[in-house]
Design a protein. Structure first.
Length: 140
């Protein structure tokens, strides 16, 4: 009997009910739907940094190779460049890398996205040449 008396006199704690929590979640969801299209260019830009860094690495290795052998190479293995595993191969890279052409004085390397970052069907492409500045060829 003592327990029943204590339960009758127990104070209720202030709390939110289920309806209030669901309304707050709904409002947050609507805000996310509004903000998401505006954030997609930032996501694409952040992911393209990977391509720029790897292309810069290829450029540095090509420059070293040219100093040693007086020519650029089309072989990534000769440059000691091992492309990171792509997301298709259970890795983290969103780009595939290749050297398009190389001779004694010029070269061109390309990073091609394998993931459509913003869902518009266009894949991002970056290139670098003997000048050493990555250029975005196709914007995603």
């Amino acid at each position: 009997m003592d327990i029943c008396k204590e339960m009758k006199h127990a104070r209720k704690l202030p709390a939110f009910n289920l309806q209030e929590v669901l309304i707050v979640l709904l409002i947050i969801g609507v805000f996310m739907l509004i903000a998401l299209p505006n954030l997609m260019p930032l996501v694409s830009k952040a992911k393209s940094v990977e391509a720029q860094i790897q292309l810069k690495y290829i450029y540095n290795n090509q420059t070293s190779h040219r100093y040693l052998y007086s020519k650029y190479t089309t072989d990534l293995y000769e440059l000691d460049f091992e492309a990171p595993k792509t997301v298709k191969e259970n890795g983290t890279s969103n780009y595939e890398y290749e050297i398009l052409n190389a001779d004694n004085t010029t070269f061109k390397a390309r990073a091609r996205a394998i993931t459509d970052f913003d869902g518009d069907g266009i894949l991002n492409v970056w290139e670098i040449d003997e000048n050493g500045t990555p250029k975005q060829i196709v914007k995603d």
